[in-house]
Design a protein around this ligand. Sequence first.
Ligand code: ADP
Length: 337
Amino acid sequence: MFHRRSLKLAALYLGIIMFISLFFSFTVYRLATVELDRGIRGPMPAFDNRYGDELPQQARNFLRQDAVRRSEDAKEHVRNQLIIINIAILVGAGFLSYYLAARTLRPIEEAHEAQSRFTGDASHELRTPIAAMRSEIEVALMDPKLKLSEAKKLLRSNLEELDKLTALSEGLLKLSRNEHGSLELKPTSVDKTIKEAIDRISSKADSKHINIDYKTPVNMNVLADADSLTELLVIILDNAIKYSPENSSIEVAAGLQRKRALISVTDHGVGILETDAQHIFDRFYRADSARSKTQAGGYGIGLSIAKQIADAHNGNINVTSTPGEGSTFTVNLPAVS
Ligand code: ADP
């Protein structure tokens, strides 16, 4: 598909180049022939001045015929040269056109592929819990002796799925709208943002008896949109809690390094394999889908939203991790001096 589109575009480029080249070649040839014809058709003042009437008519005719022959040779020579030049342009421009067409189409093709992968993944993620809910409900409806307590249990389980679906559709909307693309960045206190994020996530941490340790507040500002930066930290803290055992701890720290603010979140949870670490910022990537889905219940879009937010702040996120021991996510943003 990509190859065919590249060929079509290359043919178009080549057509345009050859049209221009042939147009100029034709013009050059016309001008050259007009000039050559003018030279032999007109009077022969050089001969007349030098020999007057001395030169017999026969000699004059011979000289004129010779001039005509040489002019025809010259025309043929110009024609051959132009043909060779055009063949060279055809071959050279053919390769160049294909190269340029492939280069032009590559990013469009990649965006197209990413878009269809995204749509496919998203519809798969939406379909799976809906199918699960449907079959649960159907089984319950077919049971004539269904007890109220069982019905309530089913409704609670459905409600949980619906909460997850709501979170997923909100995340998908955020990702597809790329609403962090045009943020208004203002000097924002790192300390306040960290505290706000910890505050938002504290009930979840409490439910797993996880202690979030943020002891050394920093007096540092970054160029950011406060709400988005808080959202980014909440995503990382939420993951740290999800992938940590009960009664563990999470450390949050911030510091300045070469005019960049570094905010790190360290957990002592399951950790991430090196092969997975390269992909966890991709949409829908889960290091271990069974584990992530059944126990932690994620859809693999949190970190891609976090990355989108970091990008919008001219920053980045990276991770270092030891499987079985824990992970450290570090956000790097431009500091305000
Ligand atoms: P999810 O909703 O599945 O957590 P994310 O995009 O937030 O999606 O994370 C992608 C994957 O990265 C997760 O499924 C998990 O496997 C891995 N991951 C993210 N944070 C951590 C962490 N703190 N510890 C271990 N694994 C993590």
